[in-house]
Design a binder for this molecule. Structure first.
Ligand SMILES: *Cc1c(COP(=O)(O)O)cnc(C)c1O
Length: 341
């Protein structure tokens, strides 16, 4: 038994998901003739109460498309210093859209409307880049699965509107936030101009993300996706996994959250742990005491068939997910309790 807690992306499709994929009717999606892709797009658009949705191979491409839709070269995007679009998309926003970021020094990947307001360049001051977009991430990845305060998002929307700025949500793990906070997709659809969501993280699909948005902004989304090289053909097989996941794998995310909380209670009692960041969903970020060698710690666990990852700067990360079973959970907790460091 290998216990893999590196990421919620390590899940493999279940038999039931594979059956749904095999059974999917397909067609050429470039002609918009794949009924399963069309069904997935309609389903996600309806969920968020938005007129348009488009299927993407990755969340990165969905975010990159959104940024391109909201900006022109030379413009500036406001986001947190921890943002995935800034840190983990290969510098794509400067490569694909020719934009820069005004990074906010937020808290666990989240910032306030007040901070965002200060980051807006006055549009008449032509020496500065023109601010065009506010991008937020919920839950935050580098921030340890933290969930935004919905009231702050409302304030940010008001700010974006008043300043003619686009408002994009990187919702790769929005499902986790909805379950943890008891919020709805409609609430988010009403706030943001564009939202990207991942099907291949907590929901357990092998691939897939969806970008939803308003009619106007989404008009060119299919063109940008084509330019980025993802005009796809019979991908209904993949979209079928998405439909299956949306119907079956959202509510169960609370199990992942519960397991993460269980792990925290055990880590808290261990002498080798120096610090644990607040845990709200399925990501646990913790630090070891300075005199403990991080690599040795990771190897020690690897020798017990437990995989965890390092985030650098002395931080370690655990992520619970669909394939992290109750048996694995019991075994992991017992291994942590008897670990001699
Ligand atoms: C995983 C992730 C993405 C997209 O990742 P892909 O691997 O390209 O699907 C985007 N934003 C956040 C916050 C993520 O965690």
């Amino acid at each position: 038994m290998i216990i893999d807690l590196r990421s919620d992306t390590v899940t493999k499709p279940t038999k039931a998901m594979l059956d749904a994929m095999y059974a999917a009717p397909v067609g050429d999606d470039v002609f918009k003739e794949d009924p399963t892709v069309n069904a997935l797009e309609v389903k996600v658009a309806k969920l968020f109460n938005k007129p348009k949705a488009l299927f993407f191979p990755t969340g990165t491409m969905a975010n990159q498309t959104a940024i391109k839709l909201h900006t022109n070269p030379g413009d500036q995007v406001i986001c947190d210093k921890y943002a995935h679009i800034y840190n983990y998309e290969g510098g794509g926003l400067s490569f694909n859209s020719g934009v820069s970021c005004n990074l906010i020094n937020g808290d666990r990947g989240m910032f306030t409307a007040m901070q965002a307001q200060k980051a807006i360049n006055p549009p008449e001051f032509y020496h500065s880049p023109l601010t065009k977009l506010i991008a937020v991430e919920n839950t935050t990845n580098k921030g340890g699965g933290a969930c935004w305060d919905f009231n702050e998002l409302i304030k940010l929307q008001t700010l974006a509107k008043a300043n003619n700025l686009g408002f994009h949500l990187d919702g790769a793990r929005l499902w986790n936030a909805l379950i943890a906070k008891g919020e709805t997709t409609q609430q988010y659809g009403n706030l943001f101009d564009t939202i990207s969501v991942c099907l291949s993280k907590g929901l357990g699909c092998p691939i897939g993300s969806v970008l939803v948005g308003d009619e106007d902004i989404m008009k060119n989304a299919i063109r940008i996706r084509k330019i980025l090289g993802a005009a796809m053909r019979q991908v209904g097989y993949l979209a079928a996994a998405g439909i299956y996941a949306l119907d079956n794998n959202i509510n169960r995310l609370s199990d992942d959250h519960q397991k993460a909380h269980d792990i925290v209670s055990v880590l808290k009692t261990q002498a080798f742990v120096a610090h644990i960041e607040p845990v709200e969903t399925n990501i646990i970020i913790f630090a070891l005491h300075k005199d403990i060698d991080e690599q040795k710690f990771i190897t020690k666990l690897a020798n017990k068939n437990i995989k965890i990852s390092s985030m650098g700067a002395g931080k370690l990360r655990l992520v619970t997910h669909l394939d992290y079973t109750t048996d694995m959970h019991t075994e992991f907790i017992s291994q942590i309790q008897k670990l001699d460091i």
